[in-house]
Structures are given as C-alpha cells and as structure tokens.
Write a protein of this length. Sequence first.
Length: 472
Amino acid sequence: MKITVQVKLMPTPSQALALQATLHACNAAAQHVSTVAAQRQVFTRNDLQRLVYEETKAAFGLSAQPTVRVIKKVVDAYSTRQRGASKAADTPIRFRPDGAQPFDDRCLSWQYDAQTVSIWTSAGRLRGIPYVGENRQLALLAATRKGETDLVVRKGTWFLLATCEVAEAPLNDAPTDWIGVDRGIANLATTSDGTNYSGRGLDRYRRWQLRKRAELQAKRSRSAKRRLARRGRREQRHNKHVNHRIAKDIVAEAQRTGRGIALEALGGIRDRGRLQAPQRAMIGSWPFHQLAGYIAYKAKRAGVPCFEVDAAYTSRSGVPDAVTPRGTTGPLGTDSSVVGAVSLDLPTSSPGSTCATAHARRGCLPTRPYRTGTRCRSARCAPSPPLGPGQPGARPAGCAAGRTRCAPGEPASAQARYADGAMGLGAVSCPCSDSGPGPGSGSGSGSGSVKSPASVRRGRRMRKMSAHWSAS
C-alpha cells in the first residue's frame, strides 16, 4: 500500500527564493492549461498534452519534464472534480500561486546518506539542500520510497511529501469475531467491547478555539490578524492527532485478538436534514470521515479486515424485541451507542463471524440465560434449547412471568442480570421472587418495559400536579 512521508526542507534564503519562483511559474502554467482544458473540454492526458505542451513550455520557461508534470496535475484535478461533481465542468479549476507541485525522479533526487536533495527549479538545479525528519520516518523513506514527491510551502516553511510503497500484512481471511465501532459526536467512537472514546475534551477544545477566533476577529487590528494566522490549522492538527490515536488503538486491539472491524456507513449524514445555526458548526466540524479513513488504512496495513455496514437502526437492532432510543440508558447501564456498536458486529452484517459468539451475545445459549426460545438471526443457527427447571435463570413451573426469569428467593441484585432483552436491557422486577421488585422496576411487575428518563420526569410532574390540586 502507499503512504506519505513528510520531511522538512532547510533551504538557504536564496534557495527559498528559487523554490518560490518555481512554484509560482508551475502554478501559473497550470492555470493556463486549466483554462484551455475547460474551454476546449479536453480532460484526457494525451489529448491535452498534444494541445498545450509546446505553448506552455515556451511561455512559462519550464523544462520538458516539469511541463509534463504540470499537465498531469491539471488532468488529476479535473478527474477528482468529475468524481465529486461539485461544480460545472466548464468552470476552470483555479490553482493558487503557492500550491503544491509534484516532481518525479527526473526532477528531484534523494541522497539518503548525506540527508540532502537535488531539485530542479526555474533558476537551475539546486543541489545539497538538507532535510530533517523523525528517525522512524527517515528510515521508512530510505527503504520504501517509490513514486513522485510533492513540494509544499506552509507559512514560509518548506516540506517534501514523498510517496512510499510499504508491504501489507497478510489479510486475516477467517476472523474469530468482529469489533463493531459506533461513531458519534458526544462519543467519538464506541466499540462493541465497551471501550468508549469520549468526545467531550475535543468538543470543549473546539468551542474554545471558536471563541478565541471570534475575539480576535472582532478586534480587527494588525496584531490580531497576525495571531489569527498563527492559530491557523491548529484545530485541524489537534483533530488529526486525536483520530490517529483512536484508530491506532482500535486496529491494535483487532489485530491482537484476531478480529475484524465493522464501521457504520455515515456517508451523506450532513445532508439528511436541516440544522439550526448552533448545530451547523458542531456537525460541520465532526471529523467522522477522517476517523474512518485512518481506521481503514491502518487496518489494511495490519492485515485486519475492515468494512462498512448500513447504520440504520443499529442503535436499537442489537437488542431484539426492545427499543433503545439514542441518548438513553441501554444494555447493562451503557449508552445506546454501545448497542449500536454491538449490533454492527452481528452475523447479519459481518459475514464470517462465528455463530457461537453471536449466540452467547444474544443469549441463545445456556451460558447466557437471559431468554429462552430465542432464534439467532443467522440462518445457520437453530432455536436455542429451553432451560431446564434446575438450570440457573430458569423459570419455576407455573410461573406467569413471560419475559423476566429468575429463581424464587433470588436477591434483587441478581434480578438485574435476568433483565428484559438479549443483553439485559434495564432491570425489571420478578413476580416469582420473594424479595420484591428489583432495581429500576416500575409499578407494573414483570412487564419488561423500560421507562426513559423523560417518561420518569413527566410522571413526577404529573404526580406533583395531582397532589397540588388534591390539596387545594
């Protein structure tokens, strides 16, 4: 697979001026080629090169190979726009004067031992420009670099982005199970193992950055503009760092346990409804696609299978015969995002997972005696055998409780384990028990219903109002 290694160039002031002039010339040539391509509606490499090569080379003072790379950059830009279909095809793509420029091995060569590069510029060939980087990245660069390199400038600092071809680990064709990953805003990622990566710190940092930008923009002074320029891209770098850490932890856990990764497909989620003004900034700055991309490429490099499944109803389909509204308390006292993460790694959405694990998760086997007679969703599974009278969790003979099953005299703390649903959704009372209602039970014993916090608050208000009118 291909990855990018970034190193920092350390040119002298005269070399930096030559590099800047080269970028300006190449991007001016790219703008000319883009205008001609949009006017003539020619977007293939060979046809466009025959049309503009001689003119571009003579007008902008470029050598042969840089001219070819400029034309290829324009063709790649139009190919990307046609895939996205974001603008009309007859509108020329604009290139910034300081935009990145790709170089191949004919225009840029590396001296790994001396840690220098030799690069073509419009003022001639520059040799012996030193570069620096992290030791692990430098070793990877020397061992696996293959392909073109981009010259980039950011606020006066020069970088080289080199393409490296690294070997992939053998793909795990038969994973023992799957890790479901539910992505969100309050919780950036929640796995089916119960690991939660909270987004509270990131949201607080994002709101602080937004407030500081607003304060500086309101001043409108020259020093405020300089401080705004220094703060640029800081939030973006912080988001990338957080997502890299989350993706690395999830992929490492999947590789260690021999499992695959199932992600919910969230494409187009921002276009599914109209949002209020306070919500637009929150949804627009949610880096869920970036997290999925990091997980996908890290999993590919580690040989971990990774795929996306439909996200519809995943927060409630993990618990049969029950509805878990998002944001309310779900199975085993966890948030409904855990239910969504668990439902992502079930056999219906992850082919190849073992039915034994799904049986144990859904409570179809005697090892998890939450329900009896429940059928697994997989077609390979048979109905679970009913529990005998002497097995733990079995109902006594003649018990009328249809969904709550605990032995007579069992304490209330144990009743919570035999709650309604395949994963213990809530804790309800058992009419067979001598210890009375269990924790979390309502007034109707054995009903198996779970009241949401809003329902509980509404009931309290109604009781207070009834007591007030009765007293008056």
